[in-house]
Design a protein around this ligand. Structure first.
Ligand SMILES: [Zn+2]
Ligand SMILES: [Zn+2]
Length: 336
C-alpha cells in the first residue's frame, strides 16, 4: 500500500474517534429539519441520534465497528439490549442517548465478545438474561484472552487497511462508519464474571409494551445460543447464529449438525431481515438464513471439500466455501 493511501485511511479513522457507532435501523426519533440535512450520513458517531425523552419504538444498532454489533430494541414501555459488546468502552452513556426506558440485557451466548458490557450494565439493567445452558457460565475472561484478542484485532485491522487502500483506487464502497475502531490501551480492560439473573427458554416472549420479542434457542455455534425474533417487523436478531461472514462451527461447544438444524428452523420464520453480531454489514436480507441453512446442511452431511485455514485467532480450521457462505469446522474428522 502506498503511504498516500495509508495516510488517507488514517485520516478517515481520526474523523470518527468514537468507539460506538449508533444508527436507528427502524423507528427512532422523527428527523428534525436539521437532522434531515445530515441524513446523507446516517451514522452520528458523536451519539446524538436519539434524545433522552425519546421512547421508541425502534431498533438501534450499537456497533463497535470491526468488533461486535449489539442492538437496542425499544418498545413503548421497555427495551432490550441484545448483547453488550466487548466492554472496552462504557456503553451506558450511548444507551442513555437512545432511550430512557428500563432495559434488560439479553446475551446471545456466553462468548466474551457478546457480554463484555454486562459488568458495567448489571447495576442499571432490570436483568441479565441468558439461555439456561449459560446460567452457570459467564465466568471471567482468562488472562490470555486479552493478548489473543489484541493480536486478532491487529490482524483484522491490517487486512482492513489493505482492503481500504484498494477500495479507494476505484470501487469506493466503504463508508466512514465501517472503519474498525483501533483498540485502546487495554491495561484496565477486564471482562469479569457477572452471574446472569434470568433465564430465557425457547418460545418465551419478552413484552416491551407495543411489541413482543420471541426467544429462540438456536444451538450450533454454541450450546446456549439464542436469537430474538420480532414478528412485527419480521426481524431476526441472530447473534453469531446467522452472519455475513465466516461461521464459527469449530470451537468447543459448537455442533455442526445442531447448527444445520437450527438454521433450517430459522429459515421457516420467513425473516425479512437479519441483524448480525459481526463484520461490517450489520443488516442482511432474509435470504441469508436460507443460504446459511443450505450451506451448513452440506457441511453437516459431509458433502463439501474443505481446505485448511486459520481463524482470526490463528487456530487451525477446515474452511468450507459454498455459494458465498464460509464455514469453519474443527480440524480432524469431517463431520457426518
Ligand atoms: Zn460466539
Ligand atoms: Zn461473536
Amino acid at each position: 500500500m502506498s503511504s498516500t493511501l495509508a495516510s488517507l485511511g488514517a485520516a478517515e479513522k481520526q474523523d470518527h474517534p468514537e468507539w460506538y457507532a449508533t444508527r436507528w435501523l427502524s423507528g427512532g426519533p422523527e428527523p428534525s429539519p436539521i437532522d434531515a440535512v445530515d441524513s446523507a450520513d446516517p451514522v452520528d458517531s458523536a451519539g446524538s441520534v436519539g434524545s433522552a425523552d425519546f421512547a421508541g419504538p425502534g431498533i438501534a444498532l450499537v456497533a463497535e465497528p470491526g468488533h461486535v454489533n449489539s442492538f437496542l430494541v425499544v418498545g413503548s414501555r421497555r427495551a432490550v439490549l441484545f448483547d453488550s459488546g466487548m466492554g472496552i468502552r462504557p456503553m451506558l452513556p450511548t444507551l442513555d442517548r437512545l432511550t430512557s426506558l428500563p432495559f434488560t440485557v439479553v446475551n446471545s451466548h456466553d462468548h466474551f465478545d457478546h457480554r463484555g458490557g454486562n459488568h458495567e450494565l448489571s447495576e442499571h439493567a432490570a436483568d441479565i438474561a441468558v439461555h439456561p445452558a449459560a446460567s452457570h457460565g459467564h465466568h471471567a475472561a482468562p488472562a490470555d484472552f486479552y493478548p489473543g484478542y489484541r493480536r486478532a484485532a491487529a490482524r483484522a485491522a491490517a487486512l482492513f487497511d489493505q482492503f481500504a487502500a484498494l477500495d479507494r483506487q476505484g470501487p469506493f464502497t466503504l463508508t466512514p462508519d465501517q472503519f474498525p475502531r483501533p483498540l485502546p490501551e487495554l491495561d484496565t480492560w477486564r471482562i469479569p464474571a457477572v452471574p446472569p439473573t434470568r433465564v430465557l427458554l425457547d418460545g418465551e416472549t419478552i413484552d416491551l409494551g407495543d411489541r413482543t420479542l420471541t426467544v429462540l434457542h438456536t444451538p450450533g455455534h454454541s450450546p446456549d445460543s439464542i436469537c430474538l425474533w420480532d414478528p412485527e417487523t419480521r426481524t431476526l436478531l441472530s447473534g453469531d447464529t446467522v452472519l455475513s461472514a465466516a461461521y464459527w462451527a469449530h470451537q468447543p461447544g459448537a455442533d455442526v449438525a445442531a447448527f444445520a438444524h437450527t438454521l433450517r428452523r430459522l429459515d421457516q420464520l420467513g425473516a425479512r431481515r437479519v441483524l448480525v453480531a459481526h463484520n461490517l454489514r450489520a443488516e442482511l436480507d432474509g435470504d441469508a438464513v436460507r443460504r446459511a441453512a443450505l450451506a451448513m446442511t452440506e457441511v453437516a452431511e459431509g458433502r463439501t471439500r474443505p481446505t485448511p485455514d486459520t481463524d482470526l485467532l490463528g487456530r487451525g480450521v477446515r474452511r468450507h466455501d459454498l455459494a458465498g457462505v464460509t464455514i469453519f469446522t474443527a480440524p480432524g474428522e469431517q463431520p457426518r
